[in-house]
Design a binder for this molecule. Sequence first.
Ligand SMILES: Cc1cc2nc3c(=O)[nH]c(=O)nc-3n(C[C@H](O)[C@H](O)[C@H](O)COP(=O)(O)OP(=O)(O)OC[C@H]3O[C@@H](n4cnc5c(N)ncnc54)[C@H](O)[C@@H]3O)c2cc1C
Length: 592
Amino acid sequence: MPVYNAPLKDFDFVLHDVLKVQDGSTEGYEELEREFTAAILEEAGKIARDVLAPTNQAGDQQGCRLENGVVRAPDGFREAFDTVREGGWIGLDCDPEYGGQGMPYVLASAVGETQSGANMALAMYWGLTHGAYSAIHVHGSEDQKQTYLPKLVTGEWTGTMNLTEPHCGTDLGLLRTKAEPKGDGSYKISGQKIFISAGEHDLADNIVHLVLAKIPGGPDGVKGISLFIVPKFLVNEDGSLGARNDLSCGKLEEKMGIHGNATCVMNYDGATGFLVGEEHKGLRAMFTMMNEARLAVAQQGLAQAEAAYQNALAYAKDRLQGRAVTGAENPDGPADPLIVHPDVRRMLMDQKSFVEGGRAFVLWGATLIDKAHRDDDAAAEGLISLLTPVLKGFLTDKGFDSTVQAQQVFGGHGYIEEWGMSQFVRDARIAMIYEGTNGIQALDLVGRKLASDNGKHVMAFFESVKAFIKDNEGDERLKAGYLDPLKQASKDLQAAAMFFMEKGMKNPNEALAGSTDFMHLFGHVCLGLMWARMAKAAQEKLDAGDGDRDFLQAKLATGRYYMARQLPATGMHLARIQSGAEPVMALEAEAF
Ligand SMILES: Cc1cc2nc3c(=O)[nH]c(=O)nc-3n(C[C@H](O)[C@H](O)[C@H](O)COP(=O)(O)OP(=O)(O)OC[C@H]3O[C@@H](n4cnc5c(N)ncnc54)[C@H](O)[C@@H]3O)c2cc1C
């Protein structure tokens, strides 16, 4: 059975030596002392290893079952969920007014990686719950907050997000689910939603569905969409559960991965719903949930890559095949371990350099969210809004690739279910699709985020990269290995942005044909920046004789690998972008 161990040393290094969260520069960060975060993450790591991971493979094999309208989650999921619930983990960063612990998001984010890495299908049940909490917390009425938030924070009730319909996925303007006013302040919700994660299950007493629907007579398209709370059980005045609402799970989807998470067709047959926020402003409210979900999904890509890497590494050290070309390294054995072979090293280094860089990127993103929310910092808000599609699209595309690399290390055994490597690949695949496909993330980045506020946020990003390089260029140990490649990659990104500005105005296809390349180019620059920052931190610690020397030397070497072997991809992406729309759009649809 595959194993999972939380990367505690790496969390500690990124949080305290790279991001320096303990310096109190953001409100609430003064609590994040090294010993404190270490204790929390150690405990989270134990739960991930001992409680969540052991149900992962069994949950994949058993899957969810629909029996007489009731969805049963895999055996062991309820008990594992109870451990998380009872430990107060779901409300770690939630508002204390509703029972949360009020911790910074960056800490909850690190905890989230351990849960997603150990059992993604299970962690989704409370991941979506947290999303529902946030949407109601930001947009709900006081009454709605009092009714739903305390139960979502404890995890006694779970949440869902209901956007997708059979004919309407990316294009939400096509949505047909209807919400008719009942005259008592509530609405009658009718329609069908598909692909609803955690839509029905036996892991919680109630399920709070957040449903997008149209009120008849409202504006056409996305402007006419409103958001509703539609609970599985209506809630009485005293907070107790009342009548069962008119909604049901019509079918469970058979799917490629995340078998332990129930993906449901949800039928709303005149169910009672309650408007969240204003009429026709539902998309804005749902976006609170989706932006949070996008970061969590970015982390799913990373977390699956980390889990797969850990197992690939152990296998590469254990499996004996062939001899090192430079002479036997295990002369007493029949062969050398796989890890002696340069091509196996390449695969492991690709994975290691991705997951460590990706982790720093996600946690940096989480600090921006904290800054935006806790300090009302508009610059941080603008930057994280720009980076969200990059985080989601790049980390899930690369995270999936990374799980495939890990599977490859196992050779044929990677393809056999028994080893569990196929599950990492299958589970990671969905992260590229839901919460807005990665193509749509790229579109959002190039079509909206890049030019938002007259390009102010992307300019600020470029300036911060430039300033980091300038401040550290004097250190010869950083210059050639880290800063020069970062400078080149950043130039490539600027050239791509310039190309879009010059050409995309006249013909938007010139920009959109290069949008996925741009998202990847941007992702590489972000990871390059993270590696340069990590190299600086590692070097400083080595100079001070502080910390684990082997760990720090390995950081420097892994960073050099990323810069030498991954970052040059920016040149390829730029060349593709600069080839413009013609090669992509040359054929008429009939000519395919
Ligand atoms: C396992 C699973 C769980 C899910 N969970 C949820 C959930 O909890 N709640 C929920 O509401 N939904 C959920 N979804 C739905 C998911 O978010 C959608 O499948 C996704 O948003 C894409 O919509 P679609 O499948 O209709 O694809 P389409 O919108 O039909 O897109 C098909 C392809 O065309 C591309 N495309 C579409 N429009 C454009 C465009 N304008 N420009 C460029 N490319 C475009 C897309 O990128 C994609 O590659 C889930 C799906 C799955 C499979």
